[in-house]
Ligand binder design. Structure first.
Ligand code: BYC
Length: 334
């Protein structure tokens, strides 16, 4: 049973709970407290289900929209080897989207419904994919920084309290790690190349660094969902904790690569045992997630077009399924 009228506060049942459902709610609380997984057939509070649908759908949409900036370079990748690598990566992102839509469907929503919400801007996707890919170095930098940020954010989701999401994340994280390494390898090759190639890498890092930090979401003080999502074991760390982990992980990688991260305030703080970094432009983040980033309109128009162009495939698949079902019924009668 998915739906309930039980009212929850901070993960616990409060007055007004239907007496029949109270034991189910207590079971749910016990599952979360013992750090066990909640499965699709288990009872769950409506707010938990809604939070998961929101996050998993947004995650799935990000994977699908995320194919566009990289897809932009498939035809222009400089060698057959680089083209096949990029093709495989973009195809992996499509796969991630499919695992995630399938995980969302276990919560009682339909993928078609989620796609409709994406193309009508009722659901979000990651801010990062609203920036353009202007040079081939962007392909390496997306692998290194964007997939790197994704890994920091997503590895803890392998321990998410909702089973289907956690299991989907295990495979996704393995593939994302591979993506990050291919990005770093691409950048190392460019850094060993000409001055022009090195400049191209630096220029790309300058454009992607701050948007990569924004991927982790608003600062903890302005994150309306974190507290409850952590109480439910959906999120395991706050946005700022993960952002800090990413900065600390990336600084030595940048040094090994020979690029400068575009933040004059970035330095090691021995007292905190972590890097301090400059102020993120949260107005830019708000603009981008509100739909006014550099590529929002283009990304959604492209996705809408692809959906419309795919209508005949959906119709044909539905007709085929109906035909198969009718045939199966006839065989049963005979
Ligand atoms: N972009 O209370 P908060 C990938 C929204 S795919 C847009 O902190 P929450 C890849 C947030 O939704 C990367 N919106 O929220 C693919 C909320 O608005 P709503 C995608 C953002 O959910 C292809 C509001 O701001 N990864 O890596 O607790 C190629 C307040 O935020 C963003 C995931 O989706 C943002 N960056 O925490 C390469 C990971 N940040 O929904 C790579 C799964 C926040 O209330 N998701 N918002 O209207 C998460 O871990 C969490 O949802 C977030 C946000 C940390 C992103």
């Amino acid at each position: 049973m998915y739906r309930t009228n039980i009212r929850f506060k901070g993960g616990s049942v409060v007055a007004g709970t239907d007496e029949l459902e109270a034991p189910l709610a207590a079971d749910f609380d016990a599952t979360i407290a013992a750090d066990r997984r909640v499965e699709p057939r288990d009872w769950m509070p409506e707010a938990y289900r809604k939070t998961l649908i929101r996050q998993i759908a947004q995650h799935a949409h990000s994977e699908i929209i995320g194919m566009q900036p990289e897809g932009n370079w498939i035809l222009r990748a400089p060698s057959l080897r680089r083209k096949t690598i990029l093709l495989a990566k973009v195809q992996d992102e499509a796969g991630h989207g499919m695992y995630l839509y399938a995980a969302a469907e276990t919560l009682g929503v339909d993928r078609a419904e989620l796609t409709e919400k994406l193309i009508t801007s009722k659901q979000k996707y990651s801010s990062i994919f609203n920036y353009p890919t202007l040079s081939y170095a962007d392909i390496g930098v997306i692998g290194w920084l964007v997939d790197g940020a994704a890994i920091c954010n997503q590895v803890p989701l392998c321990r998410c309290s909702y089973g289907p999401y956690a299991r989907a994340m295990v495979r996704i994280c393995k593939e994302e790690s591979f993506h990050q390494r291919q990005g770093y390898e691409l950048l190392m090759a460019m850094m060993r190349g000409t001055d022009a190639q090195r400049e191209m890498v630096q220029e790309s890092v300058d454009r992607w660094w701050w948007p990569s930090l924004m991927m982790f979401g608003p600062p903890d003080a302005d994150s309306p969902n974190t507290r409850q999502s952590m109480a439910w074991g959906i999120k395991r760390h706050t946005n700022d904790e993960l952002r800090q982990r990413f900065v600390d992980m990336t600084v030595p990688q940048a040094a090994a690569l020979g690029v400068t991260l575009p933040d004059p305030e970035l330095r090691w703080n021995p007292e905190r045992g972590a890097h301090d970094y400059g102020e993120i432009d949260w107005d830019e983040f708000k603009r981008v997630i509100a739909g006014s980033g550099p590529c929002n309109a283009q990304r959604l128009a492209h996705r809408r077009r692809a959906h419309e162009n795919g209508a005949w495939v959906r119709e044909a698949a539905t007709a085929y399924a109906e035909k198969q079902a009718a045939r199966a019924r006839e065989e049963k009668v005979a």
